[in-house]
Design a protein around this ligand. Structure first.
Ligand code: SF4
Length: 436
């Protein structure tokens, strides 16, 4: 054991969290002591996000906050991730307190650079899923199946940060999944920027359905879900696999971003309003208890009152179970940043607020219909007062969706699966009672 304490901060998406877990594993493998309190840490590593304006600001804010610890215990401040990939030069100039910046495209030399900084030597090692130190509890874990994205939506910086879509080797993914099952993981959340493109680049065909089938064969998993599926590439085969496998949560996360044809076209989205509506109707016909989640961007350059009205009416009519709306954010280097007819901040924000108000009513009405139903529930936590258990059903994605509150009977344990009858509902959450 090297008597040096290291602390980590992971910002951004679940894909970035998996990278941070691999970084924790790398330090642990080399004998460093992992600590949660930045006050104690002699090395602080911040894995940043650079997706949109708010994420960038959060990144810089966090770096400056952690830099304060260099007045006490902290000897080295290391910053990695998408913000570095985009702005390494500016960050190096503006934040001299940082001892080392490592960008995403340089991760194969991550350990060499860190070792050179700390120990003035060059030991070669790289990130590996085998070293991952899970940070999402004992029951749930993410499984990342690809890097990057090649869809080039005009508002998105990810293809320029993370590079083009690269599927992971099929056998590596299965090996990592087995490792997670052996660690007692019960809920597997399959992620990528676009999970429905898995295999096309590497094997010349979409292998997500096959992969999900094989993941279902691994003993130990109770719930398997996949997120970020691109509407256009949700195939009949995929729908069949979800339908026919009990372990796969009847849940589709399909970010559509908008519904108006001309806006979708300007976003370089491959879907149109008609195909999206048809897909939703098909999913609900094929899988009656399916849960649908989506994300929308409002205030995209050139979005007319008419476009926006169509979007509001669509949200009211098609009633997504889960919906997040974001105000369009101008991202350097993306085509949409140069589009004419940029909307002002106030208009964008008021459109976002109105859509979320519509969705709050939709969600509240949908959840009312669940009163009286029974669901299997994974208990993840107990509330601060200790009087309620906090759980999730197949309808709830971790850290994104609502939860179920169940009176704490003093016997139910965290990480236990129990059956719950729903007795009440709120805008986004449910209230239930244990029935077994
Ligand atoms: S699908 Fe579009 S929005 Fe999503 S990561 Fe790829 S380019 Fe970005």
């Amino acid at each position: 054991m090297i008597n040096v304490k290291v602390g980590f901060i992971s910002l951004g998406c679940s894909k970035n969290l998996v990278v941070t877990e691999e970084m924790i594993g790398l330090f642990k493998k080399h004998g460093y002591k992992i600590v949660n309190d930045p006050e104690e840490a002699e090395i602080l590593l911040i894995n940043t996000c650079g997706f949109i304006e708010s994420a960038k600001n959060e990144g810089i804010q966090t770096i400056l906050e952690m830099a304060d610890y260099k007045e006490n215990n902290c000897k080295y401040l290391i910053v990695t991730g998408c913000l570095v990939e985009r702005y390494e030069e500016e960050l190096t100039k503006e934040i001299p307190e940082v001892d080392l910046f490592v960008s995403v495209s340089d991760y194969d030399r991550l350990w060499e650079k860190i070792d050179c900084l700390i120990n003035n030597r060059k030991e070669y090692d790289s990130l590996s899923f085998m070293d991952r130190v899970l940070t999402t509890g004992d029951t749930m874990a993410y499984l990342k199946i690809a890097e990057g994205c090649s869809n080039y939506c005009t508002y998105c910086a990810i293809p320029y940060i993370q590079g083009k879509y690269i599927s992971r080797e099929y056998d590596d993914i299965l090996e990592e999944a087995k490792m997670l099952a052996d660690k007692g993981i019960k809920e597997l959340v399959v992620i990528a920027q676009d999970t429905t493109k898995y295999g096309v680049d590497l094997y010349g065909k979409d292998r997500l359905p096959e992969l999900l089938n094989d993941l279902c064969k691994i003993d130990g998993f109770k719930w398997i879900r996949f997120l970020y599926s691109y509407p256009e590439t949700i195939t009949d085969e995929l729908i069949e696999v979800v339908k026919n496998n009990e372990k796969i949560c009847k849940y589709f996360d399909l970010p559509i971003q908008h519904i108006a044809d001309d806006v979708l076209k300007k976003m370089n989205r491959k879907s149109d309003g008609k195909s999206i509506r048809n897909l939703i109707n098909k999913l609900r016909k094929e899988i009656p208890d399916v849960i649908l989640r989506t994300t929308l961007i409002v205030g995209f350059p050139g979005e007319t009152e008419e476009n926006y009205k169509e979007l509001c009416e669509f949200v009211e009519e098609y009633k997504f179970d889960r919906l997040g709306a974001f105000a369009y954010s101008i991202e350097d280097g993306t085509p949409a940043a140069r589009f004419p007819n940029q909307l002002d901040k106030k208009t964008k924000e008021s459109r976002r607020k109105k859509i979320m108000a519509i969705q709050q009513k939709v969600s509240s009405d949908l959840l009312k219909n669940r009163i009286g139903n029974t669901y299997e529930c994974l208990i993840e936590n107990i509330n601060e007062d200790g009087d309620y258990l906090i759980g999730r059903t197949y309808m709830d994605v971790p850290s994104e969706d609502g939860v179920v509150y169940i009176p704490n009977d003093g016997v139910t344990l965290v990480n236990e699966f129990i059956n719950v009858k729903i007795v009440d509902s709120k805008e986004y959450d449910l209230i239930g009672e244990r029935i077994d």
